[in-house]
Design a binder for this molecule. Structure first.
Ligand SMILES: C[S@@+](CC[C@H](N)C(=O)[O-])C[C@H]1O[C@@H](n2cnc3c(N)ncnc32)[C@H](O)[C@@H]1O
Length: 209
């Protein structure tokens, strides 16, 4: 039986309580609405806008930086958003250790830190093991949406998901072709005239046993 979990508001002290098991994020909300997960939410512009305009969908955001996490938690509370939760932790670790199989309908990863120095590339979130975890947590037909302004990371993230047999690529756009999004970093990068890369991959249906 599913054990209800309350992760809102999550304080740093509460996090260890949920770190030792995987849980279905749907249980957090007490309803069966689809859950979308954003990793590295920054100041939360995208997540809050989505939660406000799509009340029939639940949203969870994971953010490492305490100040951003607190800012988004405060903004969500002020707006009384019952379909939004934020968690302060390492996104890759939470996905791997805490998110249940087939529990997510859309995984959003926008402008993840590019770790541009070659010796730091291994710290990038989007690597082959991450795609395996994404395939595990997404329900059949679920989506991964990715954006970056970093050319080398764009090549890497597209290749990682193309190489994973659980995904089909369903969208790619670069520069002017890329539809405008609303994350804080996208707004800033567009003003600076940077080239933005966007990708979408669809999780293939699992073969029935
Ligand atoms: C470049 S910003 C992009 C923020 C947001 N996605 C946007 O597009 O406006 C990257 C964000 O990811 C967060 N971040 C970096 N590493 C992280 C990790 N391991 N787990 C969770 N968040 C992380 C950073 O604190 C920062 O808020």
């Amino acid at each position: 039986m599913a054990v209800p979990v309350d992760i809102s508001p999550v304080t740093l002290e509460q996090i260890p309580l949920i770190q030792d098991r995987r849980f279905d994020l749907r249980d957090v909300f007490g309803n069966d609405a689809p859950v979308e997960l954003e990793l590295g939410i920054g100041k939360g512009r995208f997540l809050i806008q989505q939660a406000e305009t799509r009340p029939q969908t639940n949203f969870v955001g994971i953010e490492w930086a305490s100040r951003y996490y607190r800012l988004v938690a405060e903004r969500a509370a002020k707006r009384g958003l019952s379909n939004l939760r934020v968690l302060r932790d390492d996104a890759g670790k939470v996905v791997r250790d805490n998110v249940a199989d087939k529990s997510i309908s859309v995984l959003h990863v926008y402008f993840p830190d590019p770790w541009p120095k070659a010796k730091h590339n291994k710290r990038r979130l989007i690597q082959a093991p991450f795609a395996v975890e994404a395939a595990r947590i997404l329900r059949d037909g679920g989506l991964v949406r990715l954006a970056t302004d970093h050319e080398d990371y764009a090549v890497q993230m597209e290749q990682v998901f193309r190489d994973d047999p659980q995904f089909d690529q369903t969208f790619r756009a670069i520069g002017d072709e890329a539809p405008e999004g609303v994350t804080n970093w996208e707004v800033k990068f567009r003003r600076e005239g940077r080239t933005i890369h966007k990708f979408e991959f669809t999780r293939k249906p699992r073969e029935s046993a």
